[in-house]
Design a binder for this molecule. Structure first.
Ligand code: COA
Length: 368
């Protein structure tokens, strides 16, 4: 029996707060004209004090679950792709698991920078296709605004915060994730990195004073690499799916820079009408950019059930990849979701578990 991994729900969450290019020009030596002409970005959304990678991921996941008409108890696996996790450990995915009360789910973070959502989608799809699980939530979530040096005009103009999520469910009907390619080249590790705060260079007063806890980037190097790999990965994934470029209704590329997207479209000989672009409104939300763009494309009718779509991305590592998907819809069901919010149940469940852990500690503490 074959198992296919269908996308049956999707959701996104972006902070309401925006920062325009004019706002940025008050902070560093730049201009709206420079940023728009070099990147296509006009504004980005920034997390407020109460918003974190996990809260944005949770908001996006809950929307995707509601759309798929399933409960958190139906979820077997949560993957959060992120480069701005809440901690080195525990995984942000575990915080999301607790926030939504997905009591039967495994949860882990995936670190492949801006290509991460493609990797995560592929990992979840593979788990479904082997029959190992039936339902996964794949999330791309970032608060890169917390890792950017707001005095460095080379990087601070580029990034924004947000999250997007897909629900993947198993079906015997052909469709869903059809192919994926994942590539890496660690020799380019210095092109884009966050050097300090890991085990190689733990945070010290010196690393902070040198600004090594902020994103460092060689923009030109990343630009050249990106324009080289985007078209190549797209073609490979399309071929692997047994399709031709003409079959593809929409390309949803990583939203880093309009010029990179246009260069990829040119080399693929695909008109821009078949390429999703929203980098102007969100900036580069790293691994969240592909699911956010996909959700906007689906919600605006540019991506319809049965369409063949390519997701393609590149990022730090260096990493890159592409996936071909036959776009889905919620599975038909008569089931009604419980009227109580997942979030309230999850909070209650979490409180009870913490309390039980404390009682257990008191009862067994002396013997441990
Ligand atoms: N505002 C105004 N001037 C700026 C600027 C800014 N925000 N940032 C850089 N400049 C200046 C530079 O100092 C340089 O000045 P100089 O010629 O006097 O030295 C000039 O603009 C050109 O800089 P350069 O870095 O060559 O610009 P560019 O055309 O390569 O554009 C990027 C810079 C970052 C927009 C571009 O390289 C890029 O998008 N790279 C890919 C980055 C990316 O996508 N990263 C994420 C990957 S997931």
């Amino acid at each position: 029996m074959s198992h296919y991994a269908h996308i049956t729900g999707w959701g996104m969450a972006v902070p309401e707060k925006t920062l325009t290019n004019e706002d940025l020009a008050q902070m560093v030596d730049t201009s709206d004209e420079w940023i728009v002409s070099r990147t296509g970005i006009r504004q980005r959304h920034l997390a407020t004090e109460n918003q974190t990678t996990a809260t944005l991921a949770t908001d996006a996941a809950i929307k995707a679950l509601q759309m798929a008409n399933i409960t958190p108890q139906d979820v077997d696996l949560i993957i959060v792709s992120t480069s701005s996790p809440e901690h080195i450990f525990p995984a942000t995915a575990c915080l999301v698991q607790d926030n939504i009360g997905a009591s039967k789910a495994g949860a882990f973070d995936l670190s492949a920078a801006c290509s991460g959502f493609i990797y995560a989608l592929n990992m979840a799809a593979q788990a479904i296709q082997t029959g190992s699980i039936k339902c996964a939530v794949v999330i791309g979530s970032e608060t890169l605004s917390r890792l950017v040096n707001w005095q460095d005009r080379n990087t601070c103009i580029l990034f924004g915060d947000g999250a997007g999520a897909f629900v993947l469910q198993s079906s015997e009907e052909p469709g869903g994730v059809l192919s994926a390619v994942m590539r890496s080249d660690g020799s380019g590790r210095d092109s884009l990195s966050l050097p300090a705060g890991g085990s190689l260079m733990p945070t010290t007063a010196d690393t902070v004073s040198m600004g090594l806890h902020f994103i460092q980037m060689n923009g030109r190097e990343v630009f050249r690499f990106a324009t080289r790999v985007m078209a190549q990965a797209t073609q490979e994934a399309v071929e692997l799916a047994g399709l031709k470029m003409e079959d593809i209704s929409l390309i949803v590329p990583h939203q880093a820079n309009l010029r990179i997207i246009e260069a990829a479209a040119r080399s693929l000989e695909v008109p821009m009408q078949r390429v999703m672009v929203n980098v102007d409104r969100y900036g580069n939300t790293s691994t969240a950019s592909i699911p956010i763009a996909a959700v906007e494309a689906a919600n605006s009718g540019r991506l319809k059930q049965g369409d063949y779509v390519v997701f393609v991305g590149f990022g730090a590592g260096l990493t890159w990849g592409a996936a071909v998907v036959r776009w889905g819809a919620p599975f038909p069901t008569k089931r009604r979701l419980p009227p109580v919010s997942f979030r309230i149940w999850a909070r209650l469940r979490s409180l009870v578990r913490r309390l039980l852990r404390q009682i257990e500690g008191m009862l067994w503490g002396r013997h441990a």
